[in-house]
Design a protein. Structure first.
Length: 361
């Protein structure tokens, strides 16, 4: 989860534009599908993170359904929420992160889904069918999920590879060579470093997390707006806090890079597909979501953008090396140390204030 990404966050990231060469396009597998079952026509208006879909997914959807796609981009959950706060400017499908699903529901900005119009929900892994933030998947369908962790250059950290947040926050071994995310996620991982819940709403604990970062600040080269992967591959830093998929994408370009979820645990996030209230074409919105959940389609997107996929049927269309890569699909033990951020406006306001104090220090 992707939380308060100024981007991510997720995804100014130029890294999402780096697609694997030679990947199968959806067009090569569409003949196996009944295209007539998708017949829609008209237009569907989609609002997604930048570079967070397959190279040909939009075009293939139009070919399969006859429905044109208007495809707009946002850079942060806050931007998405602000766009919808006063009413829907015309979007049919949006891609909020898990805690922002809760915010949008509370603001009465989402339509309940008609599961009968999304039969491909049967492809989902059972672990994603009844999340705490949206019981019964009333308002959201999982798109991708993942972790926040540490990307690093192996040759520059040999013998001192980062294994824990303590290596970044409680040590000077990477002084001047590391970057952190420039959003409130950094407060949450500092809470994990302290052995606390990232969902803490205790002002004293949140202040303590800010103090950790202020103490470490002289050793931090940059607080980056989801561009840590670019700093890493350019050699400007050797260690960065980043979203797993962004690091995995640059790892395909440079085999000297690696990714780890720190020992203390980290943030577990999920991005979703939702239908905002007041959209012009909710029927086409359901068809678009159902199309994404086609095993071949979802699998191809996952193979390109390098984020773990919640679609069990799609795994057959994801390279085996990706499915067996713990940087993409962490072990059960690793996931048990991670937490999903829960929406609480008062708590989130405290963390935003703490981040402001860190950046101003």
């Amino acid at each position: 989860m992707p939380r308060y990404r100024p981007l991510r966050s997720r995804k100014f990231a130029s890294s999402r534009r780096r697609f694997l060469e030679g990947s199968l396009t959806v067009a090569t597998v569409l003949p196996a599908m009944n295209r007539m079952s998708f017949a829609q026509g008209g237009q569907v208006n989609v609002y997604n993170w930048d570079t967070y879909i397959g190279e040909t997914t939009v075009e293939d959807f139009t070919e399969a359904t006859g429905t044109d796609v208007r495809y707009d981009l946002f850079a942060s959950n806050d931007e998405l929420f602000a766009k919808l706060r006063e009413g829907n400017p015309g979007y049919d499908v949006i891609f909020p992160s898990n805690d922002f699903v809760e915010r949008l529901v509370a603001a009465e900005r989402l339509l309940p889904l008609d599961h009968g119009m999304i039969p491909n929900m049967s492809n989902l892994d059972a672990a994603f069918t009844d999340p705490e933030f949206d019981p019964g998947r009333t308002y959201s369908v999982p798109y991708f999920w993942g972790t926040i962790g540490v990307g690093y250059r192996k040759s520059a950290t040999e013998g001192q590879e980062p294994k824990a947040w303590a290596d970044l926050f409680g040590s000077d071994q990477y002084s001047g060579r590391m970057s952190l995310l420039n959003d409130s996620d950094v407060i949450e991982v500092a809470l994990k470093y302290l052995g606390l819940s990232l969902n803490s709403s205790d002002p004293a604990e949140i202040d303590a997390a800010a103090d950790v970062l202020i103490k470490a600040k002289p050793h931090i080269k940059a607080f980056a707006p989801d561009t840590g992967q670019d700093l890493l591959i350019a050699g400007e830093v050797d260690v960065c806090m980043e979203w797993n998929g962004d690091i995995l994408q640059v790892m395909t370009e440079d085999d000297d890079l690696a990714y780890v979820v720190p020992e203390e645990g980290s943030i577990l996030w999920e991005d979703t597909m939702c239908i905002p209230s007041g959209g012009p074409n909710p029927e086409a919105a359901h068809a678009f979501i159902n199309y994404i959940l086609e095993a071949e389609v979802h699998g191809q997107i996952a193979a390109e953008i390098k984020y773990p996929c919640p679609n069990a049927a799609a795994l057959d269309f994801i390279p085996e090396e990706d499915r067996n890569n713990p940087s993409i699909y962490p072990s059960k033990e690793t996931l048990e140390r991670c937490e999903v951020a829960v929406y609480d406006q008062a708590k989130d306001d405290l963390k935003e204030k703490a981040l402001t104090r860190v950046l101003a220090a």
